[in-house]
Design a protein around this ligand. Structure first.
Ligand code: GDP
Length: 395
């Protein structure tokens, strides 16, 4: 080999090594989902008030605009030491793991009813006690009446009253009330070539932001590419809280750096980013200040209309705190007037013996409970499984 050939060969080797390094860096970025490239910096979203016609897309500028919690691709340096990305628990079986919590808090209902029903010689007073026990679980007047009527008929007709038989009847009747026929799936797969759009609404304090974070984990465990939108711009720290949830499982959060930024604008940007990233689903956290109904209607209504300029909304999940009883039901009614609620998330079921609220809220809104929160742990959110739920109640 001549000297010039040697120099040429060396140059080729160096060039190949350089290309290999670049490819390695590119691969090292992201969770490896399809199309997971980051969108360009999203525009500022400064429209804080006014009608939807105010909504516009001003040019990107420093400060205040929604941002992605990761760097832009063209300014990516060598990847920083990968933050340890957690592998969330898979959704199947969560309710099995958590059923002890449900059972623990509902033993009053289960045990109380069974002992009443199997005591024998049920007189009117005993039936009233059965009714009171059911009412105290927040089952609601109508459902309680249905259940008592059904049980009374059976006891009269069939006569048998050993505990196992009664447990079987109770199980059947409760399953009927919880309604096995409702579709409890959550929109989380691409629809017609675009990401599914899920809005999460509810009064602040119910566990809304936590639920969005936990739901992201449920979906990541199902290998979905998720994007979070921090459109609760009124509660200080809500965006940070959401971003932290996302980071733990490698999910990007679209947010504004400015408190009080226009939630509709952030939601719009989140959907756009999800489209550009070819994500499977975008979960939008919203503000839920129920200080006055008109304000809530305006805010949520606008957010919905602005998002819909870009994509249909596939799912609206209403988060309700199970411990708030009738108050929670009233909240549900207000939200249902503003948005088309498609599913309910009942949080804090671990802290209450009022599991009957599941039935009451489904009846009130005519939409299914899809998820239940059973603790403060990151994987303490489970798809609602009617059979496991009823079994836990009467175990
Ligand atoms: P937001 O204002 O509705 O967004 O409420 P957060 O998501 O900040 O939650 C309020 C509080 O409720 C936090 O302390 C959560 O840990 C707690 N929380 C949420 N879900 C559950 C649940 O299922 N069980 C229990 N025990 N606590 C919960």
């Amino acid at each position: 080999m001549t000297q010039s050939q040697e120099v040429f060969a060396l140059a080729v080797v160096i060039a190949l090594a350089g290309i290999a390094l670049l490819v390695g860096l590119q691969r090292g970025h992201g969770r490896g989902g399809k199309g997971r490239t980051l969108p360009p910096q999203t525009p500022d979203a400064r429209v804080d008030s006014g009608s939807e016609s105010d909504f516009q897309e001003p040019p990107a500028g420093p400060g205040g605009g929604p941002t992605v919690d990761t760097l832009e691709p063209d300014v990516l340096g060598p990847p920083s030491p990968a933050p340890s990305i957690e592998r969330p628990e898979s959704a199947t079986g969560r309710l099995q793991r958590l059923r002890a919590r449900l059972a623990r808090s509902n033993t009053v209902l289960g045990k109380g009813l069974l002992s009443l029903l199997s005591a024998g010689g049920l007189d009117d007073q005993a039936w009233e006690d059965v009714e009171d026990t059911l009412l105290s679980s927040d089952l609601g007047v109508e459902a309680t009446q249905d259940l008592v009527d059904s049980l009374r008929t059976r006891v009269t007709v069939e006569g048998a009253r050993d505990e196992d038989t009664v447990r079987g009847w109770l199980r059947q009747d409760l399953l009927k009330l919880v309604d096995l026929s409702m579709d409890r799936t959550i929109a989380s797969s691409r629809v017609e070539g675009r990401p599914a759009v899920v809005m999460v609404v509810g009064v602040n304090g119910t566990g809304k932001t936590t639920t969005v974070g936990k739901l992201a984990r449920v979906l990541v465990a199902q290998d979905k590419d998720v994007v979070l939108g921090a459109a609760d711009t009124f509660r200080a720290a809500a965006a940070d809280q959401l971003q932290t949830w996302g980071e733990r499982v490698g999910v990007p959060t679209i947010r504004s750096d400015r408190d009080g930024a226009d939630p509709a604008s952030v939601a719009f940007d989140a959907v756009r980013a999800a489209v550009e990233m070819e994500a499977d689903v975008v979960l939008i956290d919203t503000a839920g200040r129920l200080h006055n109904k008109v304000g809530l209607m305006d805010e949520l209504g606008k957010l919905k209309r602005v998002v819909e300029k870009q994509s249909p909304i596939d799912e609206v999940l209403l988060v309700l705190d199970a411990t708030t009883g009738q108050n929670g039901l009233r909240q549900a009614e207000v939200f249902a007037q503003v948005v088309n609620v498609t599913g309910i998330v009942l949080t804090k079921l671990d802290g209450t013996a009022k599991g009957g609220i599941v039935v009451a809220v489904q009846r009130k809104l005519g939409v299914p409970v899809k998820l239940v929160g059973l603790g403060e742990g990151p994987d303490d959110l489970a798809p609602f499984d009617p059979e496991a739920f009823v079994d836990a109640l009467i175990s």
